[in-house]
Write a protein that binds this ligand. Sequence first.
Ligand SMILES: Nc1ncnc2c1ncn2[C@@H]1O[C@H](COP(=O)(O)OP(=O)(O)OP(=O)(O)O)[C@@H](O)[C@H]1O
Length: 526
Amino acid sequence: MKADVGADGGAGRPAANGPLLELVGVTKSFPTVVANSDVSLAVRPGEIHAILGENGAGKSTLMKMIYGVLAPDAGEIRWRGEPVRIGNPAHARSLGIGMVFQHFSLLESLTVAENISLATPETASRLAPRIAEIGDRFGLPVDPHALVHSLSVGQRQRAEIIRCLLQEPGLIIMDEPTSVLPPSGIPPLFDTLRKLADGGCAVLFISHKLEEIRSLCHRATVMRAGKVVATVDPAAETNETLARLMIGHDLPRSHRTAPHPGAHPAMEIHNLDYQPEDPFGTRLEGVDLPLYPGEIVGIAGVSGNGQRELAAVLSGETILSRHDRDRIRIGGESCGDAGAGVRRRLGLAFVPEERHGRGAVPEMSLTRNVLLTAHGRGMVRRGMIAFGQARAYAEKCIGALDVRCSGADAEAHSLSGGNLQKFIIAREIALGPKVMIASQPTWGVDVGAAASIRQQLIDLRDQGAAILVISDELEELLEIADRVLVLFRGRLSPSLSRGEATTSLIGRYMTGGFLNENQAREVEPA
Ligand SMILES: Nc1ncnc2c1ncn2[C@@H]1O[C@H](COP(=O)(O)OP(=O)(O)OP(=O)(O)O)[C@@H](O)[C@H]1O
């Protein structure tokens, strides 16, 4: 297949009039799947080029080959017109290819400059002025002397981008960069990317958010099942046409009925104060929240305002002292001092935001991952594991959310990020819980699968479950939640009904607009 390559513009050191990066017939297989099949594409200097496709389409595999983490089985990668074998990420960086990962790799207890100096021969003090200069030039304000733990997610991302820019790359790969940002952080990031592109740097931009791709990217390569199915000008497309190219059919529409919440809470959190052991964690203060059967409650907020701590305290990953056991009740039973196992027996299911390590054990098969939380569903009899039952449960989960994998014996790490997320959600929903706590349920999930997940949560609510969704995505909460509260510096705002929960009011609450003057003074950082 020949990619559509047009005239070049921009600076950098491209081969005369040629693309900066070219992939020709690149193929990569894993034991049970061809992740990339005969992929050809070209990226010009100064171009912001989107790669989009449903979960498992092969986007990450392709990026890993460009960044030297994986080697192609067949085909050619050309850089500035020359064929290259990119042996490892250090080699990629030396060629001028940088990558900003979705999950940052900064050390919390070091300053920005100290972190960046770890990857270069320069000392932190010599790097500091250069960091500030690059920050000024590309609209990435971050204090080189600030300790990373004191930075917002957006500032951390800027530090990562600056680390990349110090190596003067010709191409930057960005893996779902907006998924970690609050809505207000997205326009400044896009301004930076446009400035980079204007200076001749190319950007490969992976995202599941079609609006963003349409507003930012010059071209988009659409992948399906490992193959390139189209290269388009995204500005000339609609969300619907892009989605159709990606998933091969129209997006499913959600069916939302009015909630009928029960009279007695399925879970109660009563005046909860919690100081995390993690010195960089957020203290929870005076959290009061009843969750009723048959309702979906959304927790909005900029990440880092106590979401992690709240999820840990509710799920039983963090256990309160005996003295505080009444602060959390499930079905009327006090369980603040009980572990996750006891809470699950009381009817709780939990989807953590981290898939690997928390939501699933990467080295174990999907069948064995089922046993982690569903073993109580007749899968262990007289001390013996009924593997047939566990496999049948795993297969049910695979079918429920169309999880793309080689089957129930596939190891969790072999699934693409979005497919593993779908599997974990399906596993927890299939438990038929009385209370479901889901953190970032559609993180990294494609638009079609995200719609299915939201519908399944609505259906679970209609079956009488109480559901708490903690999400950075306001649109998601506005779509499915029956009421919304905002978490700001460990405190919960008043509850807003669907009618009251407007974007502007929630935005105000996200910066503490619900606190009275005394409270606002108390939560001001020293
Ligand atoms: N290490 C591996 N072993 C086996 N299969 C793998 C491995 N890594 C990826 N795959 C498979 O390759 C295919 C493509 O995965 P990839 O992660 O590239 O998809 P993706 O488009 O990035 O998906 P997502 O949007 O969910 O991140 C999937 O079927 C996945 O299960």
